[in-house]
Design a protein around this ligand. Sequence first.
Ligand SMILES: NC(=O)c1ccc[n+]([C@@H]2O[C@H](COP(=O)([O-])OP(=O)(O)OC[C@H]3O[C@@H](n4cnc5c(N)ncnc54)[C@H](O)[C@@H]3O)[C@@H](O)[C@H]2O)c1
Length: 386
Amino acid sequence: MTDVQTAAPTHSAPGVLGRIFGNSQDGATGDGHEQVVLCHDRSSGLKAIIAIHSTALGPALGGTRFFPYASEEAALEDALNLSRGMSYKNALAGLDLGGGKAVIIGDPNKDKNEAMLRAYGRFVESLRGRYITACDVGTYVQDMDVIARETEFVTGRSPEHGGAGDSSILTAFGVFQGMRASAQARWGQPTLRGKRVGVAGVGKVGHYLVGHLVADGATVVITDVSEAAVNRVRAAHPEVEVVADTAALLQAKLDVYAPCALGGALTDDSVAALGEFGTVIVCGAANNQLAHPGVEKDLADRGILYAPDYLVNSGGVIQVADEIDGFNFERAKNKATRIFDTTLEIFTRAAADGVPPAVAADRLAEKRMREISALRSVLLPGARRG
Ligand SMILES: NC(=O)c1ccc[n+]([C@@H]2O[C@H](COP(=O)([O-])OP(=O)(O)OC[C@H]3O[C@@H](n4cnc5c(N)ncnc54)[C@H](O)[C@@H]3O)[C@@H](O)[C@H]2O)c1
């Protein structure tokens, strides 16, 4: 028989478990995750990971990504990063929701089927509302309707089921509000009129953003690897300039750069190019734009005002969160309009504290998580806990 004491490792293994458990004592905002659930349904082949980073502000809301990860470790890593990001996004958006995210391992075009989605729905249900799911890369409103046959803890549903439908409409609207606030901070007027704005990626969000910019009187330059995406914008707005790729866009003497494709757009090289060609604002929809820590400081040092991505792209989560109480588009749009004020507040705090806006945004999100979760110490008679 194994001697448990001698068989036990003498020190905890670093790596992914270390990331989950973290080492901060601050339960509301600290690193680490509250709960990570590995879900396996043998018959449908479902392999999913639900990561709840924090329920400090309420049930953890975040979408389900269906993606052919290179490894299960890569899937876990993604779930941990994305769920943490949702805690900060939901906190700054003023929602009474914590942060979570789920990933389903597989190719959505080949592996997705009803049984798998419903099996996933049953795992979501088993968390009894600690996690609420929604769409993300590889999942669509129709998938949420299937998942909803097994759980009530799902939002981002189709309009015929009372859902909000396409979240990119308010995401683009929110990015536009963040850009208007950036213009106010930089030039004293909340408008892009007469400014040259480059949009990298004119997919679901990017093409709506172009519409707002054109209506506001901006000169818009776009690029996209998809010819169909470019043609759709050209058809709606023939005056828009098109350049071959992102490298050309960065050199297009932009006033404002809007990354709306994939994450990691702000690298050492791209920031250097922006600085060289006179761009003074970065504000776009893409998640996780900063390629590595330190880029936010490089932007600030070059005098480029960076509107934090998770702040300005929260219109979509505001939309699906609204659906939890019965969707009302005008109410959700009003909430997304407040991204303008929050962006200005972040710039003011950043200037006062002498830190880049990305740091000021993190601090404000953490402050809200700390202060609001502390309310639970006020006893409500009748409520057993919480
Ligand atoms: N849809 C939402 O509500 C929402 C909410 C928050 C954040 N976001 C983020 O915004 C970004 C865009 O989301 P979306 O829903 O519009 O996605 P999408 O897939 O509809 O659009 C992305 C576009 O980028 C293009 N693209 C990809 N690689 C490119 C490259 N190297 N250069 C130029 N173009 C490239 C694609 O062809 C596509 O047209 C993503 O990072 C997403 O995570 C989206």
